[in-house]
Design a protein around this ligand. Structure first.
Ligand SMILES: Cc1ncc(COP(=O)(O)O)c(C=O)c1O
Length: 384
């Protein structure tokens, strides 16, 4: 390894290693929606976003297989060329009905959705007001758009109001972008107040509800908890509670038509594979028909937060912030030794000094296992 690019990469990796920030892949065999096998050892996972364990649901797997048999393993091209297989339209109709919008547009992934949709609706001369803890792909979309990015303090509606007051007048169009459920903190955006601010300042509102669909608001997502909120762009993914892969944006008919014509990650990327669309359709049927199932992950998370005296969980995601990356990696290893998978999340995914175990509770977790985890995590929190 003597070429300059390899030398550059090796030096970067050495720096990351020294700061405990290098990331490595670990081969993981997900045995079902709860258990994984690593190095031949079963571990009970509290790190999968498969909140309803649907990735291994027999009806979802069968729908994926049937779709692949009927339409092939891949879409074959961008949807605008020959990749628009029939399941995609069916899925969009279903999503629009589920979210109560005129139309929906399916994308290849959540990252692609946000990276494509934000530059479609704003550009130079416009502004994007972004919650500082919004997901990386919202930031990517905002940066790609060329619009001015104005960050506001996390869930701080007074800060958002002040920034709209100060900045809106100089902008042609304005977009407010936030997660519905924050992916690393598990808290909810106050969508009613944010929506009021959007109306008052003639701004559009984008909500990324990747972690809300299927698990909050009776499975309908964060917006269902804030019926007064007007959300112009309701984005979400099939990669968390839906158990598969892919993403969507629900919006008005003209907005969806514009996305299909101009969003570069839609136009220049291959359509979602039939199996993923088939799986999502089957999973959405389950989510729409089983309110008891969709309520369970939050109830499980609350059992854990109550056992440890933490603030009540607002979603299935519970952060246990330990601070330094090395301490968090040590905690992950200690839990692994006890049979739990609780992956350490380090900067830059979370702010510096905010390394954490990011726990995700699912419908299928056993209460006794949650209590055992709470005991083990409680012991780790006490050891500085
Ligand atoms: C809030 C949020 N938005 C978007 C994404 C990206 O979705 P995808 O994994 O489908 O690319 C994720 C996580 O992956 C997420 O947590």
């Amino acid at each position: 390894m003597t070429d300059s690019l390899s030398a550059f990469a090796a030096a970067k990796l050495a720096d990351l290693d020294a700061a405990h920030l290098r990331r490595r892949l670990t081969a993981t065999h997900r045995l079902d929606g709860l258990w994984v096998e690593r190095d031949g050892r079963p571990l009970l996972s509290f790190s999968c976003n498969d909140y309803l364990n649907l990735s291994h649901h027999p009806a979802v797997i069968e729908a994926a297989a049937a779709a692949a048999r009927a339409y092939g393993a891949g879409a074959g091209a961008s949807r605008l060329v020959t990749g628009d297989h029939p399941l995609l339209g069916e899925l969009e109709t279903r999503l629009a009905a589920f979210k109560g919008t005129e139309a929906a547009c399916v994308f290849g992934s959540g990252y692609l959705a946000n990276a494509g949709l934000i530059p479609t609706v704003v550009g130079p001369g416009d502004g994007v007001f972004v919650d500082e803890l919004a997901h990386a792909c919202i930031w990517a979309g905002a940066q790609l758009s060329g619009a001015r990015i104005i960050s506001f303090a996390h869930n701080d509606v007074a800060d958002l109001a002040a920034k709209l007051e100060a900045e809106r007048v100089g902008l042609r169009h304005a977009l407010i972008a936030t997660d519905g459920v924050f992916s690393m903190d598990g808290d909810l955006a106050p969508l009613d107040v944010i929506s009021d601010l959007a109306q008052a300042h003639e701004a559009w509102l984008l909500v990324d509800d990747a972690h809300g669909l299927g698990v909050v608001g009776q499975g309908r997502g964060t917006a269902a908890l804030y019926p007064s909120a007007r959300i112009d762009l309701a984005m979400g993914t099939f990669s968390k509670a839906v158990g598969g892969y892919g993403a969507y944006v629900c919006a008005s008919g003209p907005v969806v038509d514009l996305l299909r014509t101009r969003a570069r990650t839609f136009v220049y990327s291959t359509g979602l594979p039939p199996a993923s669309a088939g799986a999502a359709l089957a999973a959405l049927d389950i989510i729409a028909g089983d309110a008891e199932l969709t309520a369970r992950p939050l109830a499980k998370a609350r059992r854990f937060t109550r056992a440890l005296g933490l603030p009540d969980a607002q979603s299935p995601i519970v952060p246990v912030v330990l601070g330094e990356a090395s301490r968090t990696l040590g905690a992950m290893q200690a839990l692994e030794a006890q049979g739990f998978l609780a992956v350490a999340i380090r900067p830059p995914t979370v702010p510096a000094g905010g390394a954490r175990l990011r726990l995700a509770f699912t419908a299928g977790h056993d209460d006794a296992d949650i209590d055992r985890l709470a005991q083990a995590v409680g012991a780790l929190m006490e050891t500085a």
